[in-house]
Design a protein around this ligand. Structure first.
Ligand code: 3H9
Length: 677
């Protein structure tokens, strides 16, 4: 017989209801059924109180998301919450780990809430495209006020137990959940009025309207935070029974929405790609001492992330001045984390104590891993690794952070190339979650596993990539940009392309983004690729002409747009528009108008086509890997699930239609993937 997910034990006048459903005690159907039985038994028992707790690493982390594709099955969580709240026996939630979603809702239905101080609370439902569905939007505003409820529910964030105590949500913080809970249950305070019976103060319709416009800006097309806000307003304007009925209907509607499906896909995909099949059972090498070569923005970002994961870091620079500057940059990153409330002064000091910098390669002698973040130049990178290999032990891992150069060329001649791989971080590396783990044919599984384990320790999302120009992410970006440039030549203007992509949900369009990051790197890449580019492929030179005019983007106050002194606001530049129309005329192109839907349709089709080729060529393990790269490295709207999921859910036929127009308009320029042909 398998173990019971919920057990009830009655002793010394108390009922102990324990949920045991690894890994995160989600309220699956079996848990709900077990709880329903326990609630019934507790209600007819003569106990003084019932203690609800969980085994393992956490209290209930929410409803079981893997059940959300099936119809909702009885018993339903809102009914259980209502029964717990209405029970003649007071329930005590004894919490640890992460109290999330349905777990938080269960706790809100209990008469008392006790937690360990390091417990974290949240209602992350909006992150998966739904709203809380078991009374959370109705009880929380009644208990803690609309402001706090909006902060917790509409952000989907996690909040520390002391903050929850301040907000009156947690009754008591305790050092242990054994004796301390027994002591509390032995001397119960008077039972407070249940959350559902309280009145939520209504901050007024203007307040809600202001919150709505604030959330609309942040949500960039995602519906759930706004739906959650509406539900919180019901709590402030309607009786509990009516609000809960509406909440439940909205929850069930949203569960089957496209956005929720896409967000759930993203949730499971990012966990899936972090553990590739080929690395099952492969043990990683221990990594504690890391050398980062290059103390620029990328190198110091990587160093900051490694320090945060508890590693000691030595930065190698060309000279002492460079080394000092590198330390300064890491310190600035760490100070930024303190300012944002992400890091205590004490932890920051401990991290800085593990950092050193210098210019002697000898300092790499005892390192377990070296990652290179030097200038994107083959010879510079080769020299770096031959100097590292000369001092480091033969088993130490060598990683290049190159964005484009073939790692096989970089590691040519290095002894034991099984220990070499690419670790492609994204800038700023202490913030961005994505790391492409680039595998060479020689790379050993243990080296790859070490890359994956390190990335997870750095709280990053690792994605395995084979070798191609730009790996997964930048290769797709290049296809997207190429198609955008074709459309400029054929009739669109930069601001039209940017507006269409923002309307699609991207944080920025391709041209404002190029202006922000600078046009030089892509220019250098195009020059590098010139020798191998198929001469039949259409090549639009507008971007090259801008670079020749030293219009490199925001830093030169001119790029695809112009910028006024001290401002980052892109302004239309008639000079650029004239350059574009002149280019079309030179090429004999009659410029045509593109609707926003045509622009985004064609650009996304080019991206999806490249993603499909990447999967078909075996560069990425699966379409999920491609999605995760685009979600975490390139701002693809999460509520669309990633380009490959979007294509499937939108209909491959529609995307293939766009791709065929793309290919027809620029013959010999696109290889069509099997998916879209
Ligand atoms: C909800 O509650 C609706 C209610 O309002 C109303 C109901 C009526 N379900 O992330 P990890 C799996 S909606 C199913 O690697 P960590 C996860 O896939 C829910 N599975 O660990 C992974 O599986 P695998 C609201 C879940 O320590 C394993 O657990 N709650 C769920 O880094 C370990 O997860 C949420 O949205 C779930 N709810 O982080 C919470 N949660 O090993 C979402 C996790 O096969 N979860 N799994 O890959 C999280 O935020 C993190 O998982 C958590 C642990 C912080 C809990």
């Amino acid at each position: 017989m398998g173990r019971e997910p919920v057990t009830l034990e009655i002793r010394d006048g108390l009922a102990f209801v324990t949920i045991d459903n690894p890994p995160v005690n989600a309220t699956s159907q079996a848990v709900r059924a077990g709880l329903a039985e326990a609630v019934q038994k507790v209600t007819v028992s003569k106990v003084r109180a019932a203690i609800l707790k969980c085994t393992g690493r956490t209290f209930v982390a929410g409803g079981d998301i893997s059940e959300f594709d099936k119809p909702a099955a009885e018993p339903h969580l809102p009914d259980l919450c209502n029964a717990i709240e209405a029970s003649p026996v007071p329930w005590i939630a004894a919490m640890h780990g992460t109290v999330l979603g349905g777990g938080f809702e269960l706790a809100l239905s209990c008469a008392f809430r006790l937690a360990l101080p390091d417990t974290r609370f949240g209602m992350p439902e909006v992150n998966i495209g739904i709203i809380p569905g078991a009374g959370g939007t109705q009880r929380l505003p009644r208990l803690a006020g609309a402001e706090t409820a909006v902060e917790i529910i509409c952000s989907g964030g996690m909040f520390a137990a002391p903050k929850m105590w301040d907000a009156g949500i947690v009754d008591l913080l305790m050092d242990d959940l054994g004796d301390a809970v027994l002591a509390f249950a032995g001397k119960l305070p008077p039972r407070p009025e249940p959350a559902s019976q309280r009145k939520a103060l209504n901050p007024g319709s203007e307040w809600f309207a202001a919150k709505r416009s604030e959330l609309e800006k942040k949500a960039r097309g995602q519906h759930s935070p706004l739906q959650a806000l509406e539900a919180i307003e019901w709590a402030c304007t309607m009786p509990f029974s009516e609000g809960q009925k509406r909440e439940r209907e909205r929850f069930l509607d949203l569960r089957t929405s496209d956005q929720s499906k896409a967000l759930r896909h993203a949730f499971f995909a990012e966990r899936q790609v972090a553990k590739p099949e080929i690395l099952k059972g492969v043990e990683a090498r221990p990594v504690e001492r890391i050398v980062v070569v290059g103390g620029g923005l990328m190198g110091t970002g990587i160093a900051t992330a490694c320090l945060g994961a508890g590693c000691s870091v030595h930065i190698l620079e060309q000279n002492e001045t460079g080394a000092e500057a590198a330390i300064g940059r890491v310190k600035a990153n760490i100070d930024g984390a303190i300012k944002r409330g992400k890091l205590s002064e004490e932890k920051a000091a401990a991290q800085m104590a593990r950092l050193s910098a210098g210019c002697e390669y000898e300092a790499a002698r005892n390192a377990d891993l070296a990652v290179e973040a030097v200038f994107e130049d083959l010879q510079v990178k080769k020299d770096t690794f031959s100097r590292l290999a000369a001092v480091m032990p033969e088993h130490a891992i060598l990683a290049t952070n190159t964005s484009y150069i073939d790692p096989r060329l970089i590691f040519e001649g290095i002894a034991n190339s099984a220990r070499c791989l690419g670790l492609h971080f994204f800038s700023p590396a202490h913030i961005m979650k994505l790391v492409e783990i680039v595998q060479m044919p020689e790379t050993s599984k243990q080296t790859l596993a070490t890359g994956f384990t390190l990335a997870s320790r750095l709280k990053k999302i690792p994605v395995l990539s084979g070798i191609c120009d730009g790996f997964i992410g930048n290769r797709m970006l290049a296809a997207y940009r190429r198609q955008a440039d074709y459309m400029l030549a054929d009739g669109a203007l930069p601001h039209e392309v940017d507006a269409a992509m923002r309307a699609f949900g991207m944080p920025m369009g391709p041209y404002e983004l190029q202006d922000l990051t600078g046009l030089q790197i892509a220019w250098a890449n195009r020059k590098r690729q010139a020798a191998t580019r198929d001469p039949r492929e259409r090549y639009v030179t507008i971007a090259d002409r801008l670079c020749e005019m030293e219009r490199f983007g925001q830093r030169s106050a001119m790029g695809w747009y112009r910028y006024e002194a001290g401002s980052k606001k892109p302004l239309h530049d008639p000079a650029v528009e004239a350059l574009i129309t002149r280019y079309s005329a030179e090429q004999g192109i009659t410029r045509q108008a593109f609707s926003p839907e045509e622009i985004s349709g064609r650009l996304i089709a080019a991206m999806v086509n490249e993603g499909a080729l990447i999967v078909e060529e075996g560069i990425a393990c699966s379409a999920d890997d491609v999605d995760v790269v685009k979600l975490h490295g390139y701002g693809f709207p999460r509520w669309r699930g990633g380009p490959m999921f979007y294509a499937q859910s939108r209909g491959i036929g529609e995307i293939a239609g766009f791709m065929q127009s793309v290919a027809a308009q620029s013959p010999d320029s696109w290889k069509l993937s099997k998916l879209l042909s």
